[in-house]
Design a protein around this ligand. Structure first.
Ligand SMILES: Cc1ncc(COP(=O)(O)O)c(C=O)c1O
Length: 455
């Protein structure tokens, strides 16, 4: 693709801004390594001296916002892939900017957001309960619908109890700082989802401790956990299916280590429920380890075609969370329409497990197609297929080429992913038909050839 001069200068500005942004942002919180960076004593001391000696000058808190032009530069270059408004949504095909586009980046795994029964359940709930709950679960925000979802979900997942939150992100924040307290440890995979990272940061802020281990490396998990005090409570937290790579956690070895070091286990099954395990019961079920996993949390925003979050586990633990979790107690409960839609989606999941087979068959068809065409992908068994591009600019250009030719995917660039792993994160639905999949592949191959990614 040839760029106009103004686009080229925008792009070089953008490259520079991106680097500055990454450097300044990482000073506080390193998203790639998912860690909080604390100033060392020396740095604090030199900062204090500099402060005393340097002439004082007022600083505007908003300066960083005015200086942030990275997104504008990408927009000026015509390559901005984010916040694209969808005007109509049938599932595998959406309308954006008046054009029909095949969606290959949604987490609507079973394609239920457009299912007539799910829509009808949401509409009926609005008619019966109104549009919102206007209160937290703790006080005036509990509906019989919330209780119904909780008991059905607990049963589905083979656990004693379930607790609903307003989003999956909030669920992580509701669990981690509540359960892991002063003198106790969170042991977390370096590639865990941002919601877990936020929960860990919150728990740390409330005096808990945490240690991290290399992504899905059980030797490293053992290395870090064996150094922790025997008498300290420990919670190992991991994604079941990692959201960027689609990798499945090595749960059997994780369980062995948890038992050896007396740790509890929390699994984030956002991308696993409805995708892997018996009848879509998630990661623990996939490995036949339902009784060994203490807590599993998930979201309505993927398989359940709605908005909300949940955690399942033993009744005593759920009861404790119910009475101590500030993310639950001080935030309004999920809307009637959201919960009714999720109940309908759960019913469909239970009644039609063949949808999962179709989802996995679709993803396998795509994996085979990408590999045959010569694309570098992260192989796997889930609904997520990352196609590795390896360069920020190339990733944006390829994204635009795919978009202009009718395919929507998610583009992940650095520092969100490590350099070299910049990718098109593609994901599939049970409702993609073969024509959709062939068109996605065909468009990828044409674009891949144009940018020299495949021969
Ligand atoms: C692995 C994982 N956990 C948690 C969440 C948060 O879920 P929600 O969208 O309900 O906030 C997501 C959503 O992106 C996710 O991918």
């Amino acid at each position: 693709m040839s760029l106009r001069v103004s686009e080229k200068s925008s792009l070089s500005n953008w490259r520079k801004n991106m680097t500055d942004w990454a450097v300044s942002f990482k000073g506080m919180f390193n998203w790639r390594n998912k860690e909080v960076i604390y100033p060392t004593k020396e740095k604090k001391k030199s900062a204090a001296i500099t402060k005393k000696e340097a002439p004082q000058k007022p600083v505007d808190l908003f300066e960083k916002c005015y200086n942030f032009t990275r997104a504008d530069d990408v927009k000026a270059a015509g390559l901005y892939p984010y916040f694209r408004a969808i005007e109509e949504n049938e599932g595998p095909v959406v309308q954006i900017e008046g054009r029909k586009i095949i969606m290959a980046g949604s987490n609507n795994y079973l394609g239920l957001t457009a299912h007539p029964k799910v829509k009808e359940a949401a509409i009926k709930a609005v008619e019966k309960y109104g549009t919102g709950c206007s209160g937290s679960r703790y006080l005036t925000g509990t509906l019989d619908l919330h209780n119904e979802f909780e008991s059905r979900m607990a049963k589905f997942m083979g656990k004693e109890a379930c607790l609903l939150f307003s989003t999956g992100y909030q669920t992580a924040q509701g669990i981690l700082p509540t359960l892991v307290q002063r003198g106790e440890y969170i042991v977390t995979d370096k590639d865990n989802h941002a919601s877990i990272v936020a929960g860990v940061v919150m728990a740390k802020g409330m005096s808990a401790d945490f240690v991290r281990y290399k992504h899905n490396e059980m030797n490293d998990l053992e290395r870090v956990i064996k150094r922790l005090p025997l008498e300290a409570g420990k919670l190992i937290v991991t994604d079941g299916v990692f959201s960027t790579s689609g990798n499945i956690v090595d749960l059997p070895n994780l369980v062995t280590i948890a038992k050896k070091y007396n740790a509890r286990i929390l699994v984030d099954d956002a991308h696993a429920v409805g995708v892997i395990g018996k009848g879509g019961r998630g990661t623990a079920s996939y490995f036949n380890l339902v009784d060994e996993v203490d807590l599993t949390f998930g979201t309505f925003s993927k398989t359940f075609a709605s908005l909300g979050g949940f955690v399942v586990g033993a009744e005593r633990i759920i009861n404790y969370l119910k009475h101590h979790s500030s993310a639950l107690i001080f935030s309004a409960s999920p809307t009637p329409a959201s919960v009714a839609a999720a109940i309908a989606a759960l019913e469909i999941l239970e009644a039609e497990p063949e949808r999962i087979d179709k989802l996995i068959a679709n993803a396998n068809y795509m994996r085979k197609g990408f590999k045959k065409a010569g694309f570098k992908i992260i192989d796997g068994k889930t609904a997520i297929i990352p196609v590795i591009i390896g360069d920020d600019m190339l990733a944006f250009q390829l994204w635009k080429e795919l978009f202009d030719n009718g395919v929507f995917v998610n583009v992940f660039i650095s520092p969100g992913v490590p350099p070299g792993l910049q990718m098109m994160r593609t994901s599939y639905m049970a409702t993609h038909e073969k024509e959709h999949l062939d068109q996605i592949l065909d468009t990828f191959i044409k674009a891949g050839k144009k940018f020299g990614l495949v021969a």
